[in-house]
Design a protein around this ligand. Structure first.
Ligand code: GLA
Length: 385
């Protein structure tokens, strides 16, 4: 085992599902790994290339092993993993705790240890584990614990991404399972409504995330612009604006969600690249203490949401989000963040999207925010007077 601290901060990477669903193959994965490097995403911190559902044959082989579909992956999965590793990246795959995956391929139920061994032999570094076709008589908690034990004992470091959509009060038992991620939401769609609803669904849940076990609000739709091949995910929804994608990325970064890209990174727009590689936002997401943000009181989060995440260097990451449909003034009272004026302390506000310092503020910060827009700051405590 080489990587003792697997999953200390939220993983960053790409996943095939949002844009390509069933339409995946060896060339797509290789080209995506190439693009991860050539576009600068790897340098920005993105590491995992993950194949989601629909990669296998519909039947196991005579020994009960999973088999990669030879039409999609003619050289087998080990060859794909080797290619991804050759680029200095890590390789991820997908299975399910039920008898079948959500798209109807074989699931790992009663094959957990065998499948973990198969994944290890192929060189898999990350396993997303879904929750479809789960036998009703068995508690999901047991099945996630089972696969976690199988992975932890397969002889290879494999990050375990549990994906039970927030069911069975997952946050109350997932830490004990050993998983590094837990999906706490249903599936994202490439629309503003979906982004907003997923963010609002996290109210009250952010404290359950922490180092080695991160709250996964689902993969990113940044840069998809309606480009999924799947109607439900968004081919008919029209996608979002760059402002909305930036707000989405900021929410996920501040809420410590894994940053798993879902667009076609072989042809990203400049705006998409700029959003996904913003080093200041990534630094907030990757802070080593992984403290979940709190919501500052004084606003109705349904329209105006202020999030504050304490950073390990003593500074505060602050996000001001206008989830409403009208331009609004938003103000942040420093008192609510534990900063009393009487002590003479203020905040030096650095804007993480314009990359400019806005100066030192005492008592409060206020600004107009465009509809569906946001501002993100890294704020340093300073003696103001
Ligand atoms: C579920 C998951 C998605 C995706 C699909 C694949 O819906 O939540 O993220 O993996 O299955 O079928």
């Amino acid at each position: 085992m080489q990587d003792k601290y697997l999953g200390i901060t939220p993983p960053m990477g790409w996943n095939s599902w949002n844009t390509f669903t069933w339409n995946i193959n060896e060339d797509l994965i290789k080209e995506t790994a190439d693009a991860m490097v050539s576009s600068g995403l790897k340098d920005a911190g993105y590491e995992y290339v993950v194949i989601d559902d629909c990669w296998s044959l519909r039947q196991r082989d005579e020994n009960g092993c999973l088999v990669a579909d030879p039409e999609k992956f003619p050289h087998g999965m080990k060859a794909v993993a080797d290619y991804v590793h050759g680029k200095g990246l890590k390789f991820g795959m997908y299975s399910c705790d039920g008898t079948h995956t959500c798209a109807g391929y074989p699931g790992s139920f009663e094959h957990e240890f065998q499948d973990a061994a198969t994944f290890a032999s192929w060189g898999v570094d990350y396993l997303k584990y879904d929750n479809c076709y789960k036998p009703h008589h068995i508690n999901g908690e047991i099945l996630y614990k089972r696969m976690s034990l199988a992975l932890r004992n397969c002889g290879r470091d494999i990050l375990f991404s549990a994906c039970n959509w927030g069911s069975d009060d997952v946050w109350s038992w997932i830490q004990g399972s050993g998983a590094q991620l837990f999906r706490s939401t249903g599936d994202i769609q490439d629309s503003w409504e979906s982004i907003k609803n997923l963010a609002l669904s996290q109210m009250g849940k952010t404290p359950y995330s922490g180092p080695y076990c991160h709250n996964d609000i689902d993969m990113l739709v940044v840069g998809m612009y309606g480009g999924s091949n799947n109607e439900y995910i968004g081919s008919k929804l029209g996608g979002c604006t760059d402002v909305e994608y930036r707000t989405h990325f900021s929410l996920w970064a501040l809420m410590n969600s894994p940053l798993m890209i879902g667009c076609d990174i072989r042809k990203m727009s400049e705006a998409t690249k700029e959003t996904l590689t913003n080093p200041e936002l990534i630094a907030i997401n990757q802070d080593i203490e992984c403290r979940g943000p709190y919501v500052v009181p004084g606003h109705d989060p349904e329209t105006l949401m202020a999030l504050v995440k304490p950073m390990s260097d003593g500074s505060l990451a602050i996000g001001l989000f206008n989830l409403g449909d009208a331009k609004s003034e938003m103000s942040l009272q420093f008192w609510d963040m534990g900063i009393p004026v009487a002590a003479g302390m203020g905040l030096e506000m650095h804007n993480c999207w314009t990359h400019e310092n806005e100066g030192v503020f005492t008592e409060r910060y206020a600004s107009q925010i465009e509809p569906h827009g946001c501002m993100v700051f890294r704020a340093k405590l300073v003696k103001a007077r």
